[in-house]
Design a protein. Structure first.
Length: 155
């Protein structure tokens, strides 16, 4: 997609209702059946995540993708990587993941973990391509009782 600027991404804490609403709206576009609600995004904001945004042509009001990372005690957790449908397959998820790994390392984290749904092959390929290893399969991990896979990467 012409004009996609990942080198201009920014990150920070979600501290107001506005960004949480924006994230919930973007999440609904990216994950039609598995989107988090506004209330869930507000709850996430209390864990002090790093939010990595990507946008097109400096249009920061309409992000094309997000990556959400939480960190504590030397471990970071990749909460979500989401790219809107029209910006998929352009390397945006890859670049946001790389920036998330870089930021986690800067914050002193020694490891990053993530869960994927067993059916989410795109996320599994992205994590494997970036050196993540499967740690364990987790039965009924998600609210809808779908199994999950726990991944980990040493930083």
């Amino acid at each position: 997609m012409k004009g996609m600027h990942i080198d201009q991404i920014f990150y920070g804490l979600i501290e107001q209702r506005g960004p949480a609403k924006q994230l919930a709206d973007l999440d609904k576009i990216c994950f039609e059946s598995d989107a988090m609600s506004f209330e869930e995004w507000l709850k996430v904001s209390n864990t002090f995540p790093i939010i990595v945004y990507a946008w097109q042509d400096d249009d920061k009001a309409n992000p094309r993708g997000i990556a959400v990372v939480r960190y504590a005690a030397g471990i970071s957790y990749l909460y979500s990587v989401a790219v809107i449908p029209e910006a998929r397959r352009l390397g945006l998820g890859q670049r946001m993941l790389q920036k998330s790994l870089e930021i986690a390392k800067e914050k002193g984290c020694l490891e990053m973990q993530a869960h994927t749904r067993t059916e989410n092959e795109a996320s599994q390929k992205l994590l494997a391509k970036n050196g993540f290893k499967v740690i364990q399969y987790v039965p009924d991990f998600y609210d809808d009782c779908e199994d999950g896979i726990l991944w980990s990467k040493l930083l």
